[in-house]
Design a binder for this molecule. Structure first.
Ligand SMILES: Cc1ncc(COP(=O)(O)O)c(C=O)c1O
Length: 363
């Protein structure tokens, strides 16, 4: 065994030995068996509350699925208003992130740019691939530092913007997104990650796909569509980019049951999604108002997504609140290690009942 592990250590890419994988909500708190999982209130991964019921046919399960299943692509074309040639279905938006980095960054040579505090998978995917990471932090209002971005023009190949941002929650001003796209229009791809856009749909950047060659928009069914367990996302871009990414993605990325459930959710169940969003936004508004009145809460950040970020008065309060909730089987996310987010916690807007329970514990 010792020989094997030393063999693996010798053979493995050196930088992976000490690399810490993405600490997803599920890695930090595994669901375990379903009975245990059902006893907990999961407000740590920005998932939607409520269980879905989908029937799948297994008739053609002996066959490989299409590379991009027709039913799914047609449904997303209709939903997004884009052309089919502008859409690539992936295993979650996470796979889109990985494909973009692998397609546009030469390992150990090129870099991506991130604007922390931001979604952790951009950096993890870059590290995995051997791409460099340049950070231009958001400013204190959680908007872009345009001067900071300007200084990096020509030095990076992919720029990741997240709008609405995770864990910040706010939309980036559209003028700033356009400024960034203009800045990098001859030198880098600008990715606008819209994982949470259904909570503020009028602010989508998909209309920019027709005006600029260097834009990619990422989407997912994991949030507003309540299908995180399905693993289905979409990379939206011009045809040349989609053709390139299609060379890098696995040959059968979307399994037949995934395509069936996802296309059903996108075509027959859109009303359920919009009602879920409305309900979430209502609960969020009330919860934000409640939070801002709590003595232990120092700052509440604006949220255009399905979660709320807030700052506790100090580290002791932050730890007390987090642990108090864990003791009651309510799981939220500690964001205090992120840049600029000292003493900050993030709570997913769950069902009305879940948020009421959480408020009772904290009151
Ligand atoms: C900003 C952002 N992008 C992408 C993802 C990944 O989404 P998916 O579940 O589709 O891989 C997440 C998940 O939390 C996210 O917050």
């Amino acid at each position: 065994m010792t020989t094997t592990s030393s063999l693996i250590t010798t053979l493995a890419r050196e930088e992976l030995i000490d690399m810490i994988p993405y600490q997803s909500a599920r890695r930090l708190f595994a669901t375990g068996n379903s009975e245990q999982a059902n006893q907990k209130i999961w407000l740590n991964a920005n998932e939607a509350p409520g269980k879905g019921k989908y029937l799948v046919s297994s008739e053609n399960i002996n066959r490989y699925p299409d590379f991009q299943p027709d039913n799914l692509l047609n449904a997303y074309e209709e939903y997004s208003g884009l052309k089919r040639s502008q859409i690539l279905a992936t295993r979650g938006a996470d796979e889109g992130i990985e494909l973009i980095i692998r397609s546009f960054c030469k390992a150990y040579q090129d870099s991506i740019l991130i604007c922390p505090p931001t979604y952790g998978m951009y950096a993890i995917s870059a590290q995995n691939h051997g791409a460099g990471i340049v950070a231009v932090p958001l400013n204190h209002e959680h908007t872009l530092d345009i001067n900071g971005l300007t200084a990096q023009v020509g030095k990076v190949n992919v720029v990741f913007l997240c709008s609405p941002g995770n864990p910040t929650g706010n939309l980036l001003p559209k003028e700033q997104i356009i400024q960034a796209i203009e800045l990098f229009k001859n030198s880098a791809i600008v990715v606008v990650d819209e994982a949470y856009i259904e909570f503020s749909p009028q602010h989508t950047c998909t209309n920019l796909l027709n005006s600029y060659d260097n834009v990619i928009v990422l989407r997912t069914l994991s949030k507003a569509f309540a299908l995180a367990g399905l693993r289905c996302g979409f990379t939206l871009a011009n045809e040349a980019i989609i053709t390139l990414l299609s060379k890098v993605i696995a040959p059968y990325p979307i399994s037949a049951p995934v395509a069936e459930i996802a296309s059903n959710a996108l075509s027959n169940n859109l009303k359920a999604m919009t009602e879920r969003v409305q309900n979430c936004n209502d609960i969020k508004a009330q919860f934000l108002a409640w939070l801002s009145k709590q003595s232990w809460c120092n700052q509440v950040f604006n949220s255009d997504a399905n979660f709320v970020l807030f700052r506790c008065s100090d580290n002791t309060e932050k730890t007390r609140i987090f642990n108090l909730l864990v003791e009651q089987d309510i799981l939220i996310r500690d964001q205090s290690k992120q840049l600029q987010l000292e003493n900050c916690l993030r709570i997913t807007i769950g069902s009305e009942q879940e948020i009421t329970q959480l408020k009772e514990v904290l009151s």
